[in-house]
Design a protein around this ligand. Structure first.
Ligand SMILES: NC(=O)c1ccc[n+]([C@@H]2O[C@H](COP(=O)([O-])OP(=O)(O)OC[C@H]3O[C@@H](n4cnc5c(N)ncnc54)[C@H](O)[C@@H]3O)[C@@H](O)[C@H]2O)c1
Length: 426
């Protein structure tokens, strides 16, 4: 621990999947934590001890509040921080990086900069953002110079929502600074927060590290998805092939096919890298484009397989009750941003299916404008469907129960392996 006798103040900008766990951990480690959040309803919920992030329990949140954690949307509360960490969203807008939240977070923090303080960006973004975009905003708003008067760095987030084994605490954290002193300051801060830091040479390297990790995953999922589609046409069970290949103890890494990628990372982050590459070199990043295409086409593939299974039962999609198991994009989480269940539901509903979705992990969906209704997890709902589609292998979706009660199944995750059921697997 690097804690000095006086309590250090941490400001975290953005209290979402990334910012809230950081705020909780820092409070636990003795920091005075100010959690700035633009959404007033989120601030109210936090102040009331109600967590909206799956990985943070109400008990954890309440313990942090008891230690002085202050959730707020009042910028004045940012005054006097020693370290500020920016954890705001970096989405795509019409296929292009949208850095407006980083810009506004920078403008918010800048007036409160003091000599010797440290600012770290955690949002996933293209290499160059910290030095080219954030530094000038902080300098203009403070009159101070990055790397001279205050420290500036970048540290990519590796939060894997729902992962109980690897958390913020025990996942190594890559850290960087715009100067050696900046790196030392950023490293000292994260050494209070996580078990192991991994210093790199500069902020662009740290920014690109994150994009490499996510692009690697995106490309490999696309490879295995394409293989799954072709293996079926060749009459080969791709799942058994993957298991066999995974017995190789070196040089192979297991990826499994699925109905598409979702969440805030894989469908978005690789495009930050390809945008930067194309902007700088004029050349397309072909692997990223190919992976985007292949992964985005998977809901269409699932739609075709559902259509053909119903057809075998002399049923049309039109009028069929299709039960999608899973709105979240992956097992064990409530995160349904960019979930492949959404485009699949659109396709089915455009073909006039009666689409119902079951996801006990996502309890309060505002169904306004969504092309489906929601139903609870029950044998009756399984039996009432013309076809049940396993989109996500949530632990509650008991495979034997699905096999027993669903009249027809399309299993996009091989969740029912070993069960006897009517239907097909991706
Ligand atoms: N969720 C993940 O698993 C994950 C993993 C690694 C990296 N990331 C990256 O981390 C960043 C944050 O992602 P997240 O999942 O925490 O997003 P999130 O949407 O859960 O949280 C972001 C929060 O910031 C708030 N916000 C938006 N603009 C703001 C502003 N100008 N000032 C203050 N608050 C603002 C939002 O209301 C929201 O509560 C993104 O760049 C994302 O790509 C996310």
């Amino acid at each position: 621990m690097h804690m000095s006798a006086t309590q250090r103040t941490l400001a975290v900008i953005g209290q979402g999947y990334v910012g809230l766990p950081l705020a909780m951990r820092a409070a636990e480690q003795g920091y005075r934590v100010v959690g700035f959040e633009v959404s007033e309803t989120r601030v109210e919920s936090l102040a009331a001890g109600e967590s909206y992030v799956g990985d943070i329990s109400n008990d954890q949140l309440r313990a942090a509040l008891a230690k002085g954690y202050l959730p707020t949307h009042d910028p004045a509360q940012l005054a006097g921080f020693d370290v500020a960490v920016i954890c705001v969203p970096t989405p795509l807008h019409e296929g292009l990086p949208d850095l407006s939240a980083i810009e506004s977070a920078g403008a918010l923090v800048a007036p409160h900069l003091r000599p010797g303080c440290t600012v770290v960006l955690e949002s996933t973004t293209y290499p160059g953002t910290t030095e080219e975009l954030l530094a000038p905003i902080l300098e203009d708003g403070s009159g101070l110079k990055a790397g001279v008067d205050f420290h500036l760095g970048y540290s990519p987030e590796r939060i894997d929502p729902g992962n109980q084994r690897f958390t913020l605490l025990n996942t190594p954290k890559v850290v960087s600074g715009t100067t050696p002193e900046g790196l030392a300051a950023v490293d000292a801060f994260y050494s209070d927060i996580v078990e192991r830091t991994v210093p790199v040479g500069n902020t662009a390297e740290a920014e690109m590290t994150k994009l490499l990790e996510n692009t690697f995953r995106h490309v490999n999922i696309a490879l295995i998805n394409e293989l799954a589609v072709f293996a079926r046409q060749l009459g080969i069970d791709v799942w058994r092939v993957i298991d066999a290949a995974a017995s190789k103890p070196f040089g192979f890494m297991r990826f499994t096919p699925g109905p598409g990628v979702g969440g805030h990372c894989l469908p978005v982050d690789p495009s930050y890298l390809s945008w930067r590459v194309e902007q700088h070199t004029g050349r397309p990043f072909r692997f990223v484009e190919l992976a985007n295409d292949l992964n985005a086409s998977m809901p269409n593939h699932v739609f075709e397989r559902i259509t053909s299974l119903l057809n075998d039962d002399r049923k049309a999609v039109n009028g069929s009750r299709v039960l999608l198991l899973g709105l979240a994009y992956k097992a064990g989480t409530s995160d349904w941003r960019e979930s492949p269940s959404l485009p699949l539901a659109e396709l089915l509903s455009a073909a006039r299916a009666n689409v119902v979705v079951c996801d006990p992990y996502v309890p309060d969906v505002n169904l306004h404008d969504l092309p489906f209704s929601t139903v609870p997890w029950s044998p009756e709902e399984l039996a009432a469907a013309d076809i049940v589609v396993v989109m996500v292998e949530h632990p509650v979706f008991d495979a034997a129960t699905i096999a027993r009660h669903a009249p027809l199944v399309f299993d996009a995750r091989n969740h029912l392996r070993g069960q006897q059921f009517r239907g097909a697997t991706l």
